[in-house]
Write a protein that binds this ligand. Structure first.
Ligand code: HEC
Length: 228
């Protein structure tokens, strides 16, 4: 090493003093093109951070996803929305639709598991989780559209077991299965709301079943002092 080499002209790479294992390093200047990309990146970060996160310019992934989902839902509603009670009754008299609905209904693990093969909600005298679908009493409404809505979207309290079936089966099979249930009914038959129907009396207050004893009468007030 020539010590005269050290303070050479500033454009030359300078050899640093530090030696380790006989190895020395040059104090190289970073190339300008490299520095330029670094500075651009820093500036870009600041601009993007301000615009995207602070001022909300541009669409976020969430917003884009939300609008995509809304679009899908709107399309599905449109596909479904046109259906009327009259059309559903019509389908219930179409043997092909009813057969297809029956096949879905009777698939092990599907509707039949909880609503029974005869739709009675009971099997061999035992009560199954599902409500009877072959009588005229409905908890969630007895019009074809109300019934279809429950099958599509599930019962309000999903923990009871009646889940939304549309995501599982799709629009077509859900409609077929509704047609199958309707084929056990007659257009214009009287329908009744069950005593525990949420459609009765609006608010969640459960209607007291007839014959239920009223709440225990308040004990007579002067009872306490007598216990001497
Ligand atoms: C895991 C059990 C289970 C399965 C499987 C099931 N349900 Fe239900 N279903 C229920 C229960 C429980 C209710 C009553 C929910 C409530 O009390 O709010 C119900 C309610 C209903 C109702 C409304 C009845 C009324 O009185 O308003 C219809 C219609 C119905 N189910 C149809 C179906 C169809 C169609 C399928 C198959 C695609 C199906 N269910 C699968 C348990 C089930």
């Amino acid at each position: 090493m020539d010590s005269s080499h050290t303070p050479s002209s500033s454009s030359e790479p300078q050899l640093r003093e530090h030696v380790y294992d006989g190895i020395q390093e040059y104090d190289q200047k970073l190339p300008n093109w490299w520095l330029f990309t670094l500075y651009i990146t820093i500036v870009w970060f600041v601009v993007a951070w301000l615009a995207y996160y602070q001022f909300g310019i541009g669409t976020s992934d969430e917003a884009r996803m939300d609008s995509f989902i809304a679009e899908q839902q709107a399309a599905r509603e449109k596909q479904m929305g046109g259906v009327t009670d009259a059309q559903l009754w019509e389908m219930s008299r179409d043997p092909k639709m009813v057969e297809a609905g029956k096949a879905t209904f009777m698939t092990p693990g599907m509707c039949v598991t909880c609503h029974a093969p005869d739709l009675s909600g009971t099997l061999g005298g035992a009560k199954l989780p599902g409500l009877p679908l072959n009588d005229q009493e409905w908890k969630h409404g007895g019009t074809p559209l109300e019934m279809l809505t429950i099958i599509r979207k599930g019962a309000p309290d999903v923990t009871k077991g009646m889940i939304a079936w549309e995501p599982v089966l799709g629009v077509k099979r859900v409609t077929e299965v509704a047609a199958f249930i309707l084929s056990h009914h007659k257009e214009g038959e009287p329908v009744k709301l069950a005593a525990d129907s949420p459609k009765l009396g609006g608010a969640a207050a459960p209607a007291p079943a007839p014959g239920t004893a009223p709440a225990p009468a308040p004990a007579p007030a002067p009872a306490a002092p007598q216990a001497k």
